[in-house]
Design a protein around this ligand. Structure first.
Ligand SMILES: Nc1ncnc2c1ncn2[C@@H]1O[C@H](COP(=O)(O)OP(=O)(O)O)[C@@H](O)[C@H]1O
Ligand SMILES: [Mg+2]
Length: 258
């Protein structure tokens, strides 16, 4: 029989220590192509640090991260971006003093992985950027400074700039933190459209309604370790998750009220 295709992402006993603190304490994870995985867990559990280890922002203290079967230890984030791994950040980012269109163009031009294009911006770059803005309902804001647009629009723009070059895998750190329910609904639709494009997604999120609706697999982290890896529906009835993370919210979720 042929060897099965490697997992798009595999973490083997991945670890990050800060002095005596094990921020990430030996995590094993396999992500298959097309999966959407949601990660929850209390503040300080190590979720963002775990993303930093996967995306090359922080060096592992132990263990190994494999991308499409190959070790990516020491590969910097911009190289990983060109290899098809994109991410967004918990703090909504973007170049505030540039316009929405200029932000997208920065990604279109510089993220292509081709030879250095310098500052030459072509009509094709601009057309592609405008098409992306249309896709995300941001075209009417093309000329606005990013510092002036709403939190929802900034979050959408951050995703749009990340996926401009059709990544294989997208890591989203708290994509809907701080949004109101109607805005979260809009983001849920956006996630479904990314899934349809075949992008594998791993996201961190506290908003349980979002996690339960979007993820087909859920992980819960606590004190640097995975304490749950299973169905989103199973979270609410897991005694450990209930005691360290969800508390009374678990009953609301189980009752369908979340
Ligand atoms: N650069 C760092 N130096 C020291 N401690 C850090 C650093 N980054 C994160 N930590 C610590 O690691 C733990 C996990 O943080 P983080 O990954 O941000 O958690 P989460 O995203 O789950 O809220 C926290 O205790 C945090 O203070
Ligand atoms: Mg975090």
């Amino acid at each position: 029989m042929d060897n099965p295709a490697p997992h798009i992402l595999e973490c083997r006993q991945v670890e990050r220590r800060y002095g005596a603190l094990a921020a990430v304490d030996g995590i094993d994870l396999k992500v298959s192509a097309g999966e959407t995985i949601g990660i929850g867990g209390p503040n300080g559990a190590g979720k963002t640090t775990f993303f930093d280890l996967i995306s090359g922002l922080t060096a592992v203290s132990g263990g190994q991260v494999l991308y499409n079967g190959k070790s990516i230890t020491g590969v910097p984030p911009h190289k990983l971006f060109h290899m098809g791994m994109a991410r967004t950040f918990q703090v909504t980012d973007g170049f505030g003093s540039l316009t929405v269109l200029q932000n997208i163009m920065a990604s279109v031009v510089n993220g292509s992985g081709k030879s250095r294009p310098g500052l030459r911006l072509t009509r094709a770059h601009r057309d592609k950027s405008m098409a992306v803005l249309e896709d995300y309902n941001l075209a009417h804001l093309a000329g606005d400074l990013v510092s002036d647009i709403s939190a929802l629009d900034r979050k959408k723009l951050m995703v749009a700039t990340a996926v401009v070059h059709d990544p294989q895998i997208l890591l989203l750190d708290e994509p809907v933190g701080g949004l109101v329910p109607a805005e979260i609904d809009e983001f849920i639709e956006l996630m479904f459209s990314l899934r349809k494009r075949g992008i594998s997604i791993v996201f961190i999120e506290h908003v349980m309604r979002f996690l339960m609706t979007v993820a087909d697999r859920a992980l819960i982290m606590h004190q640097g370790k995975l304490i749950y890896d299973g169905t989103p529906q199973g979270i609410a009835s897991d005694p450990t998750v209930k005691s360290v993370y969800l508390g009374s919210e678990a009953d609301a979720i189980a009752g369908g009220a979340a």
